[in-house]
Design a binder for this molecule. Structure first.
Ligand SMILES: C[S@@+](CC[C@H](N)C(=O)[O-])C[C@H]1O[C@@H](n2cnc3c(N)ncnc32)[C@H](O)[C@@H]1O
Length: 247
Protein backbone atom coordinates (compact mmCIF):
# COMPACT_ATOMS: atom_id res chain seq x y z
CA UNK A 1 0.00 0.00 0.00
CA UNK A 2 2.73 2.57 0.78
CA UNK A 3 4.05 1.94 -2.76
CA UNK A 4 0.75 2.67 -4.48
CA UNK A 5 -0.60 6.24 -4.69
CA UNK A 6 -3.57 4.85 -6.62
CA UNK A 7 -4.56 2.41 -3.87
CA UNK A 8 -4.06 5.09 -1.20
CA UNK A 9 -6.25 7.55 -3.14
CA UNK A 10 -9.03 5.00 -3.80
CA UNK A 11 -9.03 3.94 -0.15
CA UNK A 12 -9.23 7.54 1.06
CA UNK A 13 -11.95 8.53 -1.44
CA UNK A 14 -14.13 5.42 -1.15
CA UNK A 15 -13.45 3.98 2.31
CA UNK A 16 -11.74 6.17 4.93
CA UNK A 17 -13.39 9.45 3.89
CA UNK A 18 -12.09 13.01 3.45
CA UNK A 19 -11.92 13.71 7.19
CA UNK A 20 -9.76 10.66 8.01
CA UNK A 21 -6.20 11.86 8.87
CA UNK A 22 -3.68 10.91 6.13
CA UNK A 23 -0.85 10.14 8.57
CA UNK A 24 -2.87 7.26 10.08
CA UNK A 25 -4.05 5.55 6.88
CA UNK A 26 -5.15 1.93 7.04
CA UNK A 27 -6.26 -1.06 4.99
CA UNK A 28 -9.59 -1.59 6.75
CA UNK A 29 -13.05 0.02 6.67
CA UNK A 30 -12.74 2.23 9.74
CA UNK A 31 -13.80 5.89 9.51
CA UNK A 32 -12.91 8.81 11.77
CA UNK A 33 -16.26 8.64 13.68
CA UNK A 34 -15.66 4.86 14.16
CA UNK A 35 -12.17 5.59 15.45
CA UNK A 36 -13.49 8.16 17.94
CA UNK A 37 -16.14 5.67 19.10
CA UNK A 38 -13.52 2.93 19.48
CA UNK A 39 -11.20 5.23 21.48
CA UNK A 40 -14.06 6.16 23.84
CA UNK A 41 -15.24 2.60 24.40
CA UNK A 42 -11.71 1.31 25.13
CA UNK A 43 -11.80 3.63 28.15
CA UNK A 44 -8.07 4.37 28.08
CA UNK A 45 -6.17 7.00 30.05
CA UNK A 46 -2.56 8.22 30.04
CA UNK A 47 -0.29 5.35 31.08
CA UNK A 48 -2.81 2.55 30.55
CA UNK A 49 -1.85 -0.28 28.19
CA UNK A 50 -3.71 -1.57 25.17
CA UNK A 51 -3.08 -3.99 22.35
CA UNK A 52 -4.16 -3.96 18.70
CA UNK A 53 -4.02 -7.51 17.33
CA UNK A 54 -3.68 -7.70 13.52
CA UNK A 55 -2.66 -4.02 13.66
CA UNK A 56 -1.32 -3.99 10.10
CA UNK A 57 0.68 -0.78 9.55
CA UNK A 58 -0.67 0.57 12.85
CA UNK A 59 -2.64 3.62 11.65
CA UNK A 60 -5.87 3.36 13.71
CA UNK A 61 -4.17 2.23 16.93
CA UNK A 62 -1.48 4.93 16.71
CA UNK A 63 -4.25 7.53 16.35
CA UNK A 64 -5.85 6.15 19.55
CA UNK A 65 -2.48 6.11 21.37
CA UNK A 66 -1.92 9.76 20.44
CA UNK A 67 -5.48 10.70 21.42
CA UNK A 68 -5.50 8.93 24.81
CA UNK A 69 -1.75 8.92 25.72
CA UNK A 70 -2.11 5.19 26.48
CA UNK A 71 0.73 2.81 25.55
CA UNK A 72 0.11 0.67 22.47
CA UNK A 73 1.32 -2.90 21.94
CA UNK A 74 0.63 -3.73 18.28
CA UNK A 75 0.86 -7.29 16.96
CA UNK A 76 0.57 -8.55 13.39
CA UNK A 77 1.31 -11.78 11.54
CA UNK A 78 3.24 -9.85 8.88
CA UNK A 79 6.78 -8.71 9.82
CA UNK A 80 6.54 -6.27 6.88
CA UNK A 81 3.46 -4.61 8.39
CA UNK A 82 5.17 -4.49 11.80
CA UNK A 83 8.24 -2.77 10.28
CA UNK A 84 5.98 -0.19 8.58
CA UNK A 85 4.11 0.41 11.85
CA UNK A 86 7.41 0.95 13.70
CA UNK A 87 8.61 3.38 11.07
CA UNK A 88 5.36 5.29 11.19
CA UNK A 89 5.44 5.56 15.02
CA UNK A 90 8.94 7.02 14.74
CA UNK A 91 8.06 9.51 12.03
CA UNK A 92 5.01 10.70 13.99
CA UNK A 93 7.02 11.13 17.20
CA UNK A 94 5.01 8.37 18.90
CA UNK A 95 7.78 5.74 19.25
CA UNK A 96 7.99 6.13 23.05
CA UNK A 97 4.34 5.12 23.42
CA UNK A 98 4.15 2.25 20.90
CA UNK A 99 5.74 -1.19 20.59
CA UNK A 100 5.10 -3.46 17.63
CA UNK A 101 5.99 -7.13 17.34
CA UNK A 102 5.20 -10.07 15.08
CA UNK A 103 2.60 -12.50 16.44
CA UNK A 104 -0.71 -14.12 15.67
CA UNK A 105 -4.26 -14.04 17.00
CA UNK A 106 -3.64 -17.35 18.77
CA UNK A 107 -0.20 -16.41 20.10
CA UNK A 108 0.40 -12.67 20.54
CA UNK A 109 3.55 -13.08 22.63
CA UNK A 110 2.11 -10.58 25.17
CA UNK A 111 2.13 -11.30 28.90
CA UNK A 112 -0.89 -12.71 30.75
CA UNK A 113 -3.22 -10.05 32.24
CA UNK A 114 -0.88 -7.31 31.02
CA UNK A 115 -3.41 -5.19 29.05
CA UNK A 116 -6.18 -2.83 30.22
CA UNK A 117 -7.84 -3.05 26.80
CA UNK A 118 -7.51 -4.71 23.42
CA UNK A 119 -8.80 -3.97 19.94
CA UNK A 120 -8.79 -5.33 16.42
CA UNK A 121 -10.00 -3.79 13.17
CA UNK A 122 -11.43 -5.83 10.28
CA UNK A 123 -9.12 -8.82 10.74
CA UNK A 124 -10.66 -11.41 13.07
CA UNK A 125 -12.31 -13.10 10.08
CA UNK A 126 -8.80 -14.24 9.04
CA UNK A 127 -8.09 -16.04 12.34
CA UNK A 128 -7.91 -19.75 11.53
CA UNK A 129 -9.27 -20.60 15.01
CA UNK A 130 -11.66 -17.91 16.35
CA UNK A 131 -12.11 -19.59 19.76
CA UNK A 132 -8.32 -19.67 20.25
CA UNK A 133 -8.08 -16.00 19.19
CA UNK A 134 -10.74 -14.92 21.71
CA UNK A 135 -9.14 -17.03 24.46
CA UNK A 136 -5.85 -15.24 23.71
CA UNK A 137 -7.60 -11.85 24.09
CA UNK A 138 -8.99 -13.07 27.44
CA UNK A 139 -5.51 -14.22 28.52
CA UNK A 140 -3.72 -10.92 27.81
CA UNK A 141 -6.46 -8.72 29.37
CA UNK A 142 -6.63 -7.99 33.09
CA UNK A 143 -9.92 -8.91 34.83
CA UNK A 144 -12.61 -6.35 33.79
CA UNK A 145 -10.43 -5.38 30.81
CA UNK A 146 -12.18 -4.19 27.65
CA UNK A 147 -12.15 -5.80 24.21
CA UNK A 148 -13.55 -3.88 21.24
CA UNK A 149 -13.36 -4.92 17.60
CA UNK A 150 -14.71 -4.44 14.13
CA UNK A 151 -14.88 -7.72 12.20
CA UNK A 152 -16.62 -9.37 9.30
CA UNK A 153 -18.96 -12.25 10.05
CA UNK A 154 -18.53 -15.07 7.55
CA UNK A 155 -21.27 -16.88 5.73
CA UNK A 156 -20.22 -20.51 6.44
CA UNK A 157 -21.80 -21.87 3.25
CA UNK A 158 -20.23 -19.32 0.93
CA UNK A 159 -16.81 -19.34 2.65
CA UNK A 160 -16.58 -23.14 2.67
CA UNK A 161 -13.36 -24.53 1.18
CA UNK A 162 -11.66 -21.15 0.71
CA UNK A 163 -8.07 -20.72 1.93
CA UNK A 164 -7.74 -19.09 5.40
CA UNK A 165 -11.20 -17.58 5.37
CA UNK A 166 -12.85 -21.01 5.07
CA UNK A 167 -10.86 -22.59 7.93
CA UNK A 168 -13.25 -21.53 10.71
CA UNK A 169 -16.11 -19.48 9.20
CA UNK A 170 -17.79 -17.92 12.25
CA UNK A 171 -21.10 -16.17 11.50
CA UNK A 172 -21.66 -14.70 14.98
CA UNK A 173 -18.87 -13.84 17.42
CA UNK A 174 -21.10 -13.74 20.51
CA UNK A 175 -21.06 -17.48 21.41
CA UNK A 176 -17.24 -17.81 21.18
CA UNK A 177 -16.84 -14.50 23.09
CA UNK A 178 -18.99 -15.88 25.88
CA UNK A 179 -17.13 -19.22 25.89
CA UNK A 180 -13.79 -17.39 26.12
CA UNK A 181 -14.90 -15.59 29.31
CA UNK A 182 -16.37 -12.30 28.07
CA UNK A 183 -19.59 -10.44 28.82
CA UNK A 184 -20.83 -8.98 25.54
CA UNK A 185 -21.87 -5.36 26.19
CA UNK A 186 -22.56 -4.28 22.62
CA UNK A 187 -22.84 -6.15 19.32
CA UNK A 188 -24.08 -4.10 16.36
CA UNK A 189 -24.04 -4.42 12.60
CA UNK A 190 -22.20 -1.47 11.04
CA UNK A 191 -24.30 0.51 8.54
CA UNK A 192 -23.83 0.24 4.78
CA UNK A 193 -20.84 -2.12 5.01
CA UNK A 194 -21.82 -4.23 1.98
CA UNK A 195 -22.05 -1.26 -0.44
CA UNK A 196 -18.83 0.28 0.87
CA UNK A 197 -16.94 -3.00 0.47
CA UNK A 198 -18.29 -3.78 -3.01
CA UNK A 199 -17.71 -0.21 -4.29
CA UNK A 200 -14.14 -0.10 -2.98
CA UNK A 201 -13.14 -3.59 -4.13
CA UNK A 202 -14.62 -3.03 -7.63
CA UNK A 203 -12.71 0.27 -7.97
CA UNK A 204 -9.44 -1.38 -6.91
CA UNK A 205 -9.99 -4.27 -9.35
CA UNK A 206 -10.70 -1.74 -12.14
CA UNK A 207 -7.45 0.08 -11.33
CA UNK A 208 -5.31 -3.05 -11.63
CA UNK A 209 -3.05 -1.72 -14.43
CA UNK A 210 -1.98 1.24 -12.28
CA UNK A 211 -1.57 -1.05 -9.27
CA UNK A 212 0.73 -3.38 -11.26
CA UNK A 213 2.93 -0.44 -12.26
CA UNK A 214 3.10 0.92 -8.71
CA UNK A 215 3.20 -2.22 -6.51
CA UNK A 216 4.50 -4.90 -8.89
CA UNK A 217 2.92 -8.20 -9.85
CA UNK A 218 3.00 -10.31 -6.65
CA UNK A 219 1.31 -7.69 -4.43
CA UNK A 220 -1.25 -6.85 -7.12
CA UNK A 221 -2.04 -10.53 -7.74
CA UNK A 222 -2.52 -11.10 -4.00
CA UNK A 223 -4.88 -8.19 -3.51
CA UNK A 224 -6.85 -8.95 -6.69
CA UNK A 225 -7.22 -12.59 -5.76
CA UNK A 226 -8.68 -11.78 -2.33
CA UNK A 227 -10.97 -9.03 -3.62
CA UNK A 228 -12.27 -11.00 -6.61
CA UNK A 229 -12.99 -14.00 -4.45
CA UNK A 230 -14.72 -11.89 -1.79
CA UNK A 231 -17.02 -10.32 -4.41
CA UNK A 232 -17.70 -13.46 -6.45
CA UNK A 233 -18.56 -15.60 -3.43
CA UNK A 234 -20.04 -12.74 -1.35
CA UNK A 235 -18.46 -14.44 1.66
CA UNK A 236 -19.42 -11.99 4.39
CA UNK A 237 -22.76 -12.15 6.20
CA UNK A 238 -22.18 -8.95 8.21
CA UNK A 239 -19.67 -6.49 9.61
CA UNK A 240 -20.01 -5.89 13.33
CA UNK A 241 -18.74 -3.68 16.10
CA UNK A 242 -18.38 -5.72 19.30
CA UNK A 243 -17.66 -4.48 22.79
CA UNK A 244 -16.99 -7.02 25.55
CA UNK A 245 -15.67 -7.12 29.11
CA UNK A 246 -13.45 -9.86 30.47
CA UNK A 247 -15.13 -11.39 33.50
C1 LIG B 1 -7.48 -5.95 6.55
S1 LIG B 1 -5.91 -5.84 7.32
C2 LIG B 1 -6.29 -4.73 8.67
C3 LIG B 1 -5.06 -4.13 9.25
C4 LIG B 1 -5.29 -3.04 10.30
N1 LIG B 1 -6.14 -3.53 11.39
C5 LIG B 1 -5.88 -1.76 9.70
O1 LIG B 1 -6.92 -1.31 10.18
O2 LIG B 1 -5.25 -1.23 8.76
C6 LIG B 1 -5.80 -7.44 8.10
C7 LIG B 1 -4.51 -7.67 8.89
O3 LIG B 1 -4.64 -8.91 9.56
C8 LIG B 1 -3.35 -9.50 9.65
N2 LIG B 1 -3.54 -10.93 9.95
C9 LIG B 1 -4.09 -11.88 9.14
N3 LIG B 1 -4.13 -13.07 9.77
C10 LIG B 1 -3.63 -12.87 11.02
C11 LIG B 1 -3.39 -13.72 12.14
N4 LIG B 1 -3.75 -15.00 12.12
N5 LIG B 1 -2.85 -13.18 13.25
C12 LIG B 1 -2.50 -11.86 13.29
N6 LIG B 1 -2.67 -11.01 12.25
C13 LIG B 1 -3.23 -11.50 11.13
C14 LIG B 1 -2.74 -9.19 8.29
O4 LIG B 1 -1.34 -9.33 8.28
C15 LIG B 1 -3.24 -7.76 8.07
O5 LIG B 1 -2.30 -6.81 8.54
Amino acid sequence: MPRSPTLLRLWKDLVAGPDYPDDFYHISFITLPDLRHLARTLNLSPGSRFSDVACGMGGPALWIARDTRAHLFGVDLSPVAVAHADKRAQSLGLAAMADFSPGSFADTGLETASMDAAMSVDALQYAPDKAAALREFARILRPEGTLAFFAFELDPERARGLPVIGDDPVGDYRPPLHDAGFDVLQYDQTPNWHDRLFTAYRAVIDAQDALRREMGEPATAAILSEMTLTLDRDIYGGRVFALARRV
